[in-house]
Design a protein around this ligand. Structure first.
Ligand SMILES: Nc1nc2c(ncn2[C@@H]2O[C@H](COP(=O)(O)OP(=O)(O)OP(=O)(O)O)[C@@H](O)[C@H]2O)c(=O)[nH]1
Ligand SMILES: [Mg+2]
Length: 431
């Protein structure tokens, strides 16, 4: 399927890249192999061709070159031998590190944050997502410009470079600041519109379920499977899913109506990844806040991935940042068709599923319903014939198990939500 072609930063030149990471030996972090494998996937998602991976064991980061000077020379040799034009580092680099590395390696230097921001920029399709990504990019760039400005004035920069250099930076800085405030205004506008929609949904009291999880876990595929089971027309509401990191970069709301007429709004959104740039989480905060404001979270896990535990932890870290860990959460251990980890599904409130084959999807829906509609009340009602409107309303909105027309009205066996139960309490003859 086609991606957004408008952002062609990485596309114009073929990016032949070497990846570089530091193994700091810290226990609490992802293993360096996993982390570099993730960086490789991210690079591929940005359209780059990965030629080699270089790892340095180093407890302390070098302030000049990030890696040691000797290692930098080695990377230079590798780049020359493989004809690489870009080196991607697995961590955030300071402006001076970028400059020093560019000097030694004579290729484009990209850090992990820039890479992730770039992927987001290429994939975003809605106005809001585009604005949010641009905001994150500008905010990431701004202090880097300032840093560069300072270091330029410190070193002098030689005749002719200093003045214009600084002026240009100041100009860039001002332009960026202007653009930031412009974007903020636009985001505010879009957000107001979204809040109106959210308020409408609240008024209708339709419960909301959000799919959350590590990128590529299968959230969008699950959403599409749910749409198949929804009795509302759903074919043109399917969302994009693909074997790619960050296939989804916007938030999609879909109404799911089950055959017993119970319904909920399902939200599919961006996936998480380790070391998700802070600026990105900040820029997407409003979107993510909306996601985690749901009545229920379904945490989708790729249980066939050997790193599934790390991916659960990464997701939970982001959820913690968003203050969402106290929400009701159901785990969907997906991709069980790929030889899943049965151990995984022993967690409380978890369901083993395969969005591909459909295995377990009905069970997942059952668990979701159990959680969302646990306050539903079964009752028998007698509705006088002159209240035909109430009958039509219930017929449309509620599951009706039995109807009989009796002498003094319509007799119903049904199940009502709290609000309807209270509204029509006078017609309830037995609970
Ligand atoms: N074998 C198998 N593949 C699956 C299953 N569910 C999803 N996939 C595949 O996994 C890949 C990622 O699925 P998506 O639904 O796009 O994943 P996502 O969680 O929405 O990912 P992002 O939007 O990138 O965060 C796709 O190639 C899917 O076809 C499953 O149950 N079994
Ligand atoms: Mg998706």
């Amino acid at each position: 399927m086609l991606l957004n072609d408008k952002n062609e930063t990485l596309k114009e030149i073929e990016q032949r890249v070497v990846l570089v990471g530091i193994n700091s030996g810290r226990r609490d972090e992802l293993s360096i192999e996993d982390s570099m494998a993730e960086l490789k996937e991210l690079s591929k998602a940005a359209g780059a061709q990965v030629l080699d991976i270089v790892i340095q064991n180093k407890a302390k980061i070098d302030s000049t070159y990030f890696i040691g000077k000797g290692k930098a020379d080695e990377v230079k040799m590798i780049c020359t031998a493989l004809d690489a034009n870009t080196v991607i580092f697995n961590d955030e680099l300071s402006p001076s590190q970028i400059r020093n590395l560019e000097e030694v390696l004579e290729v484009t230097i990209i850090d992990r944050t820039t890479l992730i921001l770039d992927i987001f920029a290429r994939r975003a399709t809605t106005r809001e997502a585009k604005l949010q990504v641009e905001l994150a990019q500008l905010r990431y760039r701004l202090p880097r410009l300032v840093g560069l400005g300072k270091s330029l004035s410190r070193t002098g920069g030689g005749i002719g470079t200093r003045g214009p250099g600084e002026q240009k930076l100041e100009l860039d800085r001002r332009r960026i600041l202007d653009r930031i405030s412009d974007i903020k205004g636009q985001i505010e506008e879009v957000r107001k519109h979204r809040e109106v929609q959210g308020a409408k949904r609240k008024k209708n009291k339709i419960p909301v379920v959000s799919l959350v999880g590590y990128t590529n876990a299968g959230k969008s595929t699950i959403m599409n499977k749910f749409l198949d089971l929804s009795i509302e027309e759903s074919e043109n509401k399917k969302v994009y899913s693909e074997d790619l990191l960050f296939a989804t970069l916007d938030t999609y709301h879909r109404r799911i109506v089950l055959d017993d007429k119970k319904e909920f709004i399902l939200i599919d959104t961006i996936g998480f990844v380790s070391k998700l740039p802070h600026h990105l989480v900040e820029a997407f905060k409003a979107t993510l806040d909306e996601v985690v404001e749901a009545d229920l979270l379904v945490h989708v896990v790729d249980s066939s991935n050997e790193n599934y535990e790390m991916q659960i932890n990464v997701t939970n870290e982001v959820l913690r940042d968003l203050n969402a860990l106290s929400k009701p959460i159901i785990y969907a251990f997906n991709k069980c068709d790929k030889g899943s980890n049965n151990e995984a599904a022993r967690l409380k409130d978890s369901v083993l599923v395969s969005a591909l084959t459909g295995y377990g999807i009905e069970d997942l829906i059952k668990v979701i319903k159990g959680q969302l509609f646990k306050d539903m009340r079964k009752c028998r009602m007698l509705i006088p014939f002159e209240k035909g409107k109430i009958f039509s309303y219930l017929n449309e909105k509620a599951k009706i198990y039995n109807v009989k027309y009796e002498a003094n009205g319509t007799y119903l066996e049904t199940e009502l939500n709290e609000a309807d139960f209270n509204r029509y309490r006078e017609y309830v003859i037995e609970e």
